[in-house]
Design a protein around this ligand. Sequence first.
Ligand code: SAH
Ligand code: SF4
Length: 375
Amino acid sequence: MLLYDLELPDIESLLKEWNEPAYRARQIWQGLYQHLYSSPEQFSNIPSALREKLGGEFIFMPFSVKTYRESSDKSTRKTLFQLADGNLVEAVLMRYGDPADDHKTGNIQSVKRKTQTGGQITDYESRITKTRRTLCISTQAGCAMGCVFCATGQMGFKRNLSSGEIVAQVMYYAQMLKVQNETVSNIVFMGMGEPFHNYENVMAAIDRLNAADGFKFGARRITISTVGLAMQIRRFADEQRQVNLAISLHAADDDERLAIMPVNKRYKIEDVIEACKYYIEKTHRRVTFEWALINGVNDTPETAQKLAARLKGLLCHVNAIPLNPTQGYDGEATDRGRAQAFKEALEKAGIPCTIRMRRGIDINAGCGQLAAYAG
Ligand code: SAH
Ligand code: SF4
């Protein structure tokens, strides 16, 4: 049994069966999620007999590290994990800025953000630091959604990850960062797989990472990216988590979207946007629409205008990123000039847009490039 699959009450009832005092469960929980222990020997506050039993009964890490690669500028690190059944998944650490800089004045920015309360959009100030340690985590081995431009989609679906297998990817990097006196600042579910196709396990993982007496990772620093499963977007809205939501749209016309994203057979663009409206009404949170800019396919100012018309009135913004190359798709990335024109056309029509930097391309760790066979 994988220890990260368990909630604190699960550990409590197990220890009760073992006739151990109840407080031991909390010690184990805190060892895992506050001290970031990764093996039984590290639990020095627990008697050695119990430590041995823990080691015998539980799996601490559900995978071995098959390979890891670091980008040439050292800012991006991709790890390939081999799960117990041989399946491979990947997770990426992206470093932005140097933590030492945070302590120098001027590197902590005060930014204006928009929020919506009771239909009113207001500005509020929030302080952010430039330093970030963002983890991009996988939720499935492979993916069933088959988006043609995505390496994970090209490999097909293998299986869902358990909540503990998802949590373990975060803990692996948290343990690594701890050695360097650093911590995880953001988690994005943008690795392999479709998070809303593994809904329960992803939410259980988030709740475990969130637990007040455990890892205490704030929901607001977590982002889920979905291909647009409208039913789950509504469910997610009803559950009122503080987690950020990103929707992979990539086309403003149903036929064009269907040509690159088979999911559009099941949920039309309008279904996705209606679900987003519902989400925004329920949560007052801003939605991000992701847009991989593909040369000549979805990157003209006319397409930007179509998109703007679709998104009009929604509390949202568009995150555009030039397509990353994958083996199975011959579409090309939009160049800087065309990307800028797309952004300007969108913004002119009232939809905020940012163009994201491409990261980790030299190690195939960019968006949509995570696939176990890519190495
Ligand atoms: N399954 C989820 C999350 C994983 S993909 C989703 O699709 O949203 C994370 C993001 O990378 C998505 O926005 C996805 O559309 C995008 N993406 C996939 N392949 C890409 C590629 N080759 N270049 C750029 N972005 C890509
Ligand atoms: Fe799956 Fe997301 Fe890739 Fe589409 S883009 S195949 S949903 S991982």
